[in-house]
Structures are given as structure tokens and as C-alpha cells.
Design a protein around this ligand. Structure first.
Ligand code: HEM
Ligand code: HEM
Length: 161
């Protein structure tokens, strides 16, 4: 199984329990990246240029958080429905999916959620903006790092979609 995974990840997808959710999860990475980056940058700009928070800015931060939560639920569905496969997966591939992907993404999604909660609770506009900028942009770096991009060893054979 391990060798099959290393040599032919696409064939391995066919035995995945949930090809539909895998496709949605794969596609939604761009929604997550776009919205988390956009919200982070807009709030950083607002903070640096001392601009007020517009309704659109706030909507962006909420939308980014919602796509992260949807991605979390789909990721959990994929993981739980293929749990037997992941349980028996060892070596680099097993470590990537069980520790690096799952762990880093969960931490990143918690950062986005905490950033939004702290921003919501802060009284001053600039502090609200600073919380979103810092938490979202750190989460963005973690998410970029933990995606199995096709040019990495772990993502070799996977597509961009
Ligand atoms: C495992 C599943 C999920 C967990 C553990 C989770 C956890 C949380 C937490 C801790 C908060 C912050 C509450 C607060 O502000 O005090 C939150 C807010 C929220 N979540 Fe989730 N969530 C999950 C799934 C979802 C899904 C599937 C959706 C949408 C389809 C969603 C939409 C939202 C929205 C809209 C908010 C409030 C956003 C805001 O105004 O800041 N969540 N969630
Ligand atoms: C921001 C959050 C996340 C992003 C951007 C993301 C992105 C991705 C991408 C791009 C893939 C590869 C899809 C493909 O090759 O078709 C993937 C696979 C997967 N992800 Fe995530 N993910 C996130 C969070 C999570 C979380 C929180 C979990 C689990 C709780 C999870 C579990 C999985 C699983 C089980 C797979 C399938 C692995 C396999 O093919 O064996 N993901 N994810």
C-alpha cells in the first residue's frame, strides 16, 4: 500500500471512500487561500494607513473564516471515512497526512477563528485590524506550507485542482 501510494497517488484516489469530497476539498483550497490572504492584507493596510474598517472588510474576514470551517468539516469527513487507510499508513506519507497536513491545518484554522473572535471583542478599530492581520497572515503561511502542491515530493502526481 505504501509503495502504491508513493508511485501512483492518483490510482490511490480511486480507492478513496469519497472522491467527491476530495475534489471539493482540493478546489476549496483556492477559496481559503484567496479569502484568508485578502482579508489579512485589507486589515493590514487599514491598520498601517489608519483607515476605518468598512462593512466589506468585516464581511471578508467572516467569509474567510466560514470557508476555513467548511474546509475543516470536509477534511474531517475525508479523514474519518478513510480512517483505516490513514491508521495503517507509515513513513513519510503517513507522517505528512496524520501530523503535518491535519495538525498544521487545524492550527491554522484555530488561528483564523481566534483572530476573528479577538477582533470582534476588541474595542478599538486599530486593534481589531491588527488581530485579523496578524492571525490571518500567520495562518496563510501555515496553510501554504501544508498543502500537498504538485511540485513537492508528497504532492507528486496530484493536480493543481
Ligand atoms: C468542526 C466544525 C466546526 C467547529 C469546531 C467550529 C467552531 C467555531 C468557533 C469556535 C467559532 C467562534 C465562535 C465565537 O465567535 O465565539 C465559530 C464561528 C462561526 N462558524 Fe464555525 N465551526 C465549525 C463548522 C462550521 C461550518 C461548517 C460553518 C458554515 C458552513 C461555520 C460557520 C461559522 C460562522 C458563520 C461563525 C461566526 C463567524 C463570526 O461572526 O465571527 N462553522 N465556529
Ligand atoms: C485550510 C485548510 C486545508 C486546506 C487548504 C487543505 C488542502 C488540501 C489539498 C489541496 C489536498 C489534496 C487534494 C487532492 O490531491 O486532490 C488535501 C487532502 C486532504 N486533506 Fe486537506 N486541507 C485543509 C484542511 C484539512 C483538515 C483540517 C483535514 C483533516 C481534519 C484535512 C484532511 C485531508 C485529507 C484526509 C486529505 C486526503 C489525503 C489523501 O489523498 O490521502 N485537510 N487537503
Amino acid at each position: 500500500m505504501y509503495h502504491l501510494l508513493l508511485s501512483a497517488p492518483r490510482e490511490y484516489h480511486i480507492i478513496m471512500e469519497n472522491p467527491f469530497f476530495l475534489f471539493v476539498h482540493s478546489l476549496l483550497r483556492y477559496g481559503v487561500l484567496l479569502l484568508v490572504a485578502w482579508a489579512g492584507i485589507v486589515h493590514l493596510r487599514g491598520y498601517l494607513l489608519q483607515r476605518p474598517i468598512l462593512n466589506g472588510d468585516r464581511a471578508l474576514a467572516i467569509a474567510a473564516m466560514v470557508v476555513c470551517h467548511i474546509q475543516l468539516v470536509i477534511g474531517l469527513i475525508l479523514y474519518i471515512s478513510n480512517f483505516e487507510i490513514y491508521k495503517n499508513m507509515n513513513g513519510e506519507v503517513g507522517r505528512f497526512w496524520k501530523m503535518e497536513h491535519l495538525g498544521t491545518m487545524v492550527i491554522a484554522i484555530i488561528l483564523v477563528t481566534v483572530g476573528r473572535m479577538m477582533s470582534k471583542r476588541a474595542k478599538e478599530e486599530r486593534i481589531k485590524q491588527r488581530h485579523i492581520a496578524i492571525f490571518y497572515l500567520i495562518a496563510l503561511v501555515l496553510i501554504l506550507w501544508a498543502i500537498p502542491w504538485p511540485y513537492t515530493a508528497i504532492g507528486h502526481g496530484r493536480g493543481w485542482l
